[in-house]
Design a protein around this ligand. Structure first.
Ligand code: ATP
Ligand code: MG
Length: 395
């Protein structure tokens, strides 16, 4: 068995980021070390376009599944490292070819060290010749069953026969911090994942209405935060706002059709204030156009009008089915569909307005002192920091 001793990590989009590149790589390196922190024996090496991790006896499956959760990695490979010497390279490639049950192959070389005596094509030919002479494999340059990849650097060469796709995106945390409105539904945890993929650090706010919403509902939100925290450098802060008094007042004042509109305007006002106090430059939601009455374009316009901060809606144009597929992929779906009441469903109005106007909404809001209620909500807010569950959850 060829024993792979080094993980070679490639970063796609980062390579194009010019002067910010150093910061990107440093952050990526930090995030990788964090997700692999249970493996203190690993040795890391960082260059301008690769990170290498020297393995000892670790479980490659586990390493691989953790690395697939790191944004900013375009692909990675388990490789065999040999000194940059043609005979050694040929020999190692031959070992891989001898082990395979595949019938056709192709050699793909990248020569980073331009002082190496053969160019990439020369290395491809020399290695392919060795394999053709010593095995029954045939070359197929268009559709090979086996791809042997060689990366020649000054000093060392890395050889592999696989390329595992990474999660793409930017290293989490590199693009600043947003405050996500996190409910117990399907959408907002998926929004969290998409934001993190763009390199954003996500902090969450959840509006709860005890005793109308249960402890189970609150725990469900924390569980969802915990699941997504794997992608957020292993932690997520969740601010929990007790929304009951404000909500009761809204229903007393506005009655059925405008209640949800007003409730969401209050949520936005609260989110903006909390975001400002926590150093977040934008707020985010799991809203998607047309999904429910409060997400028609008219509703979004009427709700969004109460704040100035940008609102990021990663799911805005996605179909529910696409969102569900993503929720399954990141593992939040089963928790999201647990049937606990959430603060929006508890007073679920029969006829929510689908085309609210700002004038009408403001008319209702003049009838009560919501500023005071908002200030109380913020004063009584509690904050919980969650972390991913134990190591086996990575698998
Ligand atoms: P679903 O998957 O059922 O659509 P949802 O969480 O998207 O659940 P919506 O009523 O569609 O529920 O809410 C739209 C968005 O508003 C959510 O994605 C979330 O960002 C925010 N939101 C709704 N309820 C809350 C809440 N209780 N606390 C914080 N944010 C909320
Ligand atoms: Mg929704």
């Amino acid at each position: 068995m060829v024993k792979y001793d080094t993980v070679l990590i490639r970063y796609g989009e980062l390579s194009t980021k010019g002067k910010n590149r150093k910061d990107f790589i440093r952050k990526l390196d930090q995030n990788i070390r964090h997700i692999l922190k249970d493996y203190p024996e690993l040795k890391y090496q960082r260059t301008h376009d690769r990170i290498y991790i020297r393995l000892t006896d670790e479980d490659p499956e586990d390493i691989s599944s953790r690395l697939q959760k790191i944004f900013g990695i375009s692909s990675f490979s388990f490789t065999r490292k040999v000194p940059s010497d043609l005979a050694l390279i040929q020999n190692e490639c031959l070992n891989i070819a001898r082990e395979t049950d595949k019938k056709t192959f192709k050699v793909i070389t990248r020569r980073h060290d331009k002082t190496f005596p053969l160019n990439s094509d020369g290395i491809n030919r020399a290695v392919a010749g060795e394999i053709l002479r010593n095995t029954g494999l045939k070359v197929d340059v268009h559709n090979p069953e086996l791809e042997i990849r060689i990366e020649v650097h000054a000093g060392d060469t890395y050889i592999t026969s696989e390329k595992i796709p990474g999660a793409g995106g930017y290293p989490t945390g590199i693009n600043g911090k947003v405050l996500l409105m996190l409910s117990g539904g399907i959408d907002s945890p998926v929004a969290a994942y998409e934001l993190m993929k763009r390199g954003l650090d996500v902090e969450a706010v959840h509006f709860a209405s005890p005793p109308y919403t249960s402890e189970n509902a609150r725990q469900k939100v924390l569980d969802l935060a915990q699941m997504t925290s794997v992608y957020n450098q292993g932690r997520m802060r969740v601010h929990i706002v007790n929304f009951t008094d404000l909500q009761l007042e809204i229903y007393k004042t506005a009655g059925d059709p405008y209640a949800v509109t007003l409730m969401r305007r209050m949520m936005y006002r609260l989110a903006e204030k909390i975001a400002q106090s926590k150093g977040c430059l934008a707020i985010a939601t799991g809203e998607s156009i047309g999904q429910v009455a409060s997400q028609t374009l008219e509703s979004i316009a009427c709700i969004n009008a109460v704040i100035r901060m940008p609102v990021i809606r990663p799911l805005v144009c996605m179909d529910k089915n696409e969102i569900i597929d993503l929720a399954r992929k990141i593992g939040t779906y089963e928790t999201s569909i647990l049937p606990y009441e959430d603060c929006c469903t508890i007073f679920d109005p029969k006829n929510p307005v689908t085309k609210p106007t700002i004038e009408k909404a403001e008319g209702f809001e003049k009838k009560f002192d919501y500023d005071k209620l908002i200030a109380d909500c913020i004063e009584n807010m509690t904050t919980v920091t969650v972390h991913p569950a134990e190591a086996e959850d990575f698998l």
